[in-house]
Every structure is written in structure tokens, then in C-alpha cells.
Design a binder for this molecule. Structure first.
Ligand code: AHR
Length: 508
């Protein structure tokens, strides 16, 4: 069946500017994200620092803006000092978060070198699980201090005299989760985060500080956790984190395809809670959201199993989702949700970057390749420019088990007035029906009409096909032929389970 949908937009009706930090990612000392992921001395592509240049090239192509590090659950038991200084002096330790052995051959300095090479902004998480305010101040001094004090001098001795000037700092990770080392009730964490933030601001008032929100909107403390943390430290923090991972449960494709409905509701709920506390406090500023872990998990599960018992391996292979065409469509749809909320989502990090639930996969000693989910991220990062426009979408709905009736068609558009460039990102979330989308563009007329200059479609007849090391380009975006522009009306026919990007420009 063919369904019909329309999207109405106007260049003057804007949400807020596109933020580069929406296109962040995450590198954690977990499984094979660091070791044999971004870092593999001895790999044929490794540079003098042991960084895999084949991975670096893909990271640049992906268009990643910022990278959160070193965890994740890992950070809540981590001693950052273990990862700096001469290699021969670095201790090997057990990582209790992932039941692994951490060799500490990659640490803060290597990460900063990697950020430089990848051309990304660092976002650093401090350990508020087993450590606290002093450790946060120490790592801040090591990273950002001018030479002349102890820890900044240590950095210089380690070969890095220039401060790294890290702007974004996470005050711990998922401290609401009982699985987290050092997990405490909301009020306790709120006070610790607020006091740590205030102390860090004495060193540098302009830091951008992220307190932990909930690790999922289905957490039993969701809402009350945010409120308690904000009440303790509204003045001291800039952002509150949000985390979510979606996966198809059983045969329930419809709910999975509608995951962005949940992300929309999640963001709206955190914004409401934050603004409620703002009103209580009579504060002027808005606390923003750092959606610093979001992604999908492959339905067929991940390769490998998390180690347990007497087995404490280095860089074990687990949590390696092999993503399908359908997963790529859902990732494209989640990016639409994040962009739509660009007024309140100030930063986001897809979790993670390499091997662990990641757009990039590698084999130790072998190749690196793009997973299906690489593509919507890369295209959105590259072509979302200017202002995010408000969209009024008129779409048929489809029933879903988890989210009730859900719009089949979702979309977002960005408008770069200077370049005269309009980009529409759209998703057909129906598993069965084609959607004919119409977008009136008269308001963009202004003498020189818009022309379609590129249209890309992610869609496979079999939505479950995947990219593998042997067939890394099985799922790629293709030219979207079914796009027309006539009488200032854009029309596109989106096949079931598809994501599309359509770029228009003023030419002439
Ligand atoms: O990204 C994997 C893990 O998921 C992170 O370590 C943790 O923060 C989350 O629960």
C-alpha cells in the first residue's frame, strides 16, 4: 500500500542552530574499543604512537565532532594516573566493570594525541564512583594546567608541555545504576557532583560540566533522580546526561522502528524536570542535555560473551553488534530526534565508536570497515548545516506495542541561509508500506528556486542484511531516484523501512 504524508516548513521558523557537538561519539576502555580498536601498536596501519590510521581515516569520514572518554562504567573504578608516564611504570590492573585486565598502555595523553589526529574535541569523564573531588581536581590540573604546578609539570615531563584545554567534563557515569561502582542515592550523588563542579570551577570557571542523569528512562528513579541532582547543583552544572540503547525485541519490529518516539519523550521529560527546578530556583540559565550514550543494539545479539569467573582477559571480544540495514534506519531516525531537540540537546555521543556497539569495526591485525549505521551518521553530520527548522508533519500512523500509534513518517530539516542550502532527513518507519512525502517549498522561493543536488537512500529489500569484514559494502546509501521537484513542491517516495537525505540548493 502507498501512504501519503506532508511536511510543512518555513525558513523563518527555526528551532535553533545545528550544533556540531550533536555528532559526538564515545571511546571507553571496554572490550575492544581501545585495545585493537583505536589503538594497536604493531598493526600494519599503526603510526608511531600505535594509533590505527585506518580507523582514524574512518573516524574523520564519519564526521565525529567530540569523543567522550575513558568510560562508561569503566571510569567508576579507574585511576587516571595509571595511564600516564613511562610505559614501563604503568601498572596492569583488573577492571571490575568489565571483568577484564587493563594494561594501561593507552591513557589520557594517548587519548589527546588521538583526538588531535582524529580532529575531534575531547570530553573527559572523572571517577566519582570509587574516587571523588580531589581526583577530579588532579586530572583537571594534569590536563589543563599551565606548567609551573606539580601535575601540569608531570604532563610536560611526559612530553606534553601545552595544556590540552579540555572544555567538557562528565561528573562520573550512570551513578543512578546499582551496577555502577560507587552507586549512591540521588541526593548523595547530587551533593558530590555539585561540590566537585564548584571545586573544578575554582580552577576554571568556564568549564562545561555534565552531571549524571538517569542511565535509562525506564529506571525506577527516572525523574526523581534528575530532580534531586538538579536541586543539589543547578547553579554548578551546565548539562545533565541521558543514556539509551534500543533493540528489537522478538518480532516487534514496529516498536523498534518507532524508537525515536521514546527518545523524543525522554528528552521532553528531562527538559520538563530541569525547567521545573529552574523555576524553583529562580535561575536564569537553562540546564541542557548531554545525550552522551545513545545507540541501537543488534537484534541478533552481539558476538562474544562478557568474561566471568577466573577469566580476566585483555580486550576481550564482546558487545560487538553486527548491524543491519534496519538498524541503520533506526539510527538515522534517532539522529532526526536529536536534531529536532537542538534547542536543548547541547551535546550527544553515539556509544561507542569502534567495535563495541559501533559504526566502525576492526579485526586485530586486520581490516577496519564501516557498519551499516556508519552511513546515516556520516551523512547527517556532513550535511546538517545552519538552523534546524520547525517541521509540521502530517503523517498516517501505525500501531506499536510499546508506544501506541506512531507516525509512519518522521523528518527534520536544516536550512543554511547563507549558502541557500536546505537538507531534509526523512524516515519511513513502516515495515510494509511505501510513503509518498510531499514538502511545499514556496517559502524558500526568493527569486532563485531550489534545486535538488543530491538525494541518498538507505534501504534494503531484506532489512536484516548486514556488512561484514568479507562484505563491508553490502549496506550502503544509494542514489535516491524517486525524488522530484515540481512547482516548488518536493516529493519523494520512501520505501518501507528506509531513511533518506535530500539536499537542495539555490542555484543560478
Ligand atoms: O556503552 C556501554 C556501557 O553502557 C557503558 O559503559 C555504560 O555507561 C552503559 O551502561
Amino acid at each position: 500500500m502507498t501512504l501519503h504524508a506532508a511536511a510543512h516548513l518555513h525558513p523563518h521558523l527555526v528551532v535553533a542552530p545545528v550544533r556540531r557537538r550533536t555528532f559526538g561519539s564515545f571511546v571507553e576502555h571496554m572490550a575492544r574499543c581501545v585495545h585493537t580498536g583505536v589503538f594497536e601498536p604493531g598493526h600494519p596501519s599503526a603510526d608511531a604512537d600505535g594509533l590505527r590510521t585506518d580507523v582514524l581515516e574512518l573516524v574523520r569520514e564519519l564526521g565525529v565532532s567530540s569523543v567522550r572518554y575513558p568510560g562508561g562504567n569503566f571510569v567508576s573504578g579507574y585511576r587516571w594516573e595509571d595511564g600516564v608516564g613511562p610505559l614501563e611504570d604503568r601498572p596492569v590492573r583488573r577492571d571490575l566493570a568489565w571483568h577484564s585486565t587493563e594494561p594501561n598502555t593507552f591513557g589520557l595523553d594517548e587519548f589527546m594525541t588521538w583526538c588531535d589526529a582524529a580532529d575531534v574535541e575531547p570530553m573527559y569523564a572523572v571517577n566519582l564512583g570509587t574516587r571523588g573531588t580531589q581526583e577530579a581536581l588532579d586530572v583537571l590540573e594534569y590536563a589543563n594546567g599551565e606548567v609551573g604546578t606539580d601535575l601540569a609539570d608531570h604532563r610536560a615531563l611526559n612530553g606534553h608541555p601545552e595544556p590540552y584545554d579540555v572544555r567538557m567534563w562528565c561528573l562520573g557515569n550512570e551513578m543512578d545504576g546499582p551496577w555502577q561502582l560507587g552507586h549512591v542515592p540521588a541526593r548523595d550523588y547530587g551533593v558530590l557532583a555539585a561540590e566537585t563542579a564548584r571545586a573544578m570551577r575554582r580552577a576554571d570557571p568556564d568549564l562545561e560540566l555534565v552531571a549524571c542523569g538517569s542511565s535509562h528512562s525506564a529506571m525506577p528513579t527516572f525523574g526523581s533522580w534528575e530532580q534531586a541532582v538538579l536541586e543539589a547543583g543547578y547553579d554548578a552544572i551546565d548539562m545533565l546526561s541521558a543514556h539509551v540503547y534500543y533493540r528489537q525485541e522478538g518480532e516487534d519490529r514496529a516498536s523498534y522502528l518507532a524508537s525515536a518516539d521514546d527518545m523524543d519523550a525522554y528528552i521532553d521529560a528531562v527538559v520538563a524536570t530541569s525547567d521545573h527546578v529552574r523555576a524553583l530556583k529562580g535561575d536564569d540559565k537553562h540546564v541542557m542535555i548531554s545525550f552522551d550514550e545513545w545507540n541501537v543494539v543488534a537484534a541478533r545479539g552481539d558476538s562474544g560473551t562478557e568474561p566471568s569467573g577466573d577469566d580476566w582477559p585483555v580486550a576481550p571480544r564482546f558487545a560487538e553488534s553486527t548491524y543491519s540495514a534496519q538498524d541503520a534506519v533506526v539510527v538515522g531516525s534517532l539522529l532526526i530526534s536529536l536534531l529536532r531537540h537542538t534547542d536543548r540537546v547541547a551535546s550527544a555521543s553515539q556509544a561507542q565508536l569502534v567495535n563495541v556497539l559501533a559504526p566502525i569495526r576492526t579485526e586485530p591485525g586486520g581490516r577496519a570497515w564501516r557498519q551499516s549505521i556508519f552511513h546515516p551518521f556520516a551523512l547527517t553530520s556532513r550535511h546538517a548545516r545552519g538552523q534546524v527548522l520547525q517541521l509540521d508533519i502530517d503523517s498516517p500512523t501505525t500501531p506499536t506495542r510499546k508506544y501506541g500509534d506512531s507516525a509512519v513518517l518522521d523528518a527534520v530539516a536544516t536550512w543554511d541561509a547563507d549558502g541557500g542550502a536546505l537538507t531534509v532527513f526523512a524516515v519511513n518507519r513502516s515495515a510494509d508500506d511505501v510513503v509518498d512525502l510531499g514538502v511545499p517549498l514556496l517559502a524558500f522561493g526568493n527569486g532563485t528556486p531550489l534545486t535538488v543536488i543530491e538525494a541518498a537512500l538507505l534501504n534494503e529489500k531484506d532489512p536484516d542484511v548486514v556488512n561484514t569484514a568479507g562484505r563491508p559494502d553490502r549496506v550502503v546509501p544509494r542514489a535516491f531516484e524517486d525524488v522530484h521537484l515540481e512547482d516548488a513542491r518536493l516529493s519523494a517516495s520512501l520505501p518501507p523501512i528506509s531513511w533518506a537525505m535530500i539536499r537542495l540548493e539555490r542555484r543560478g
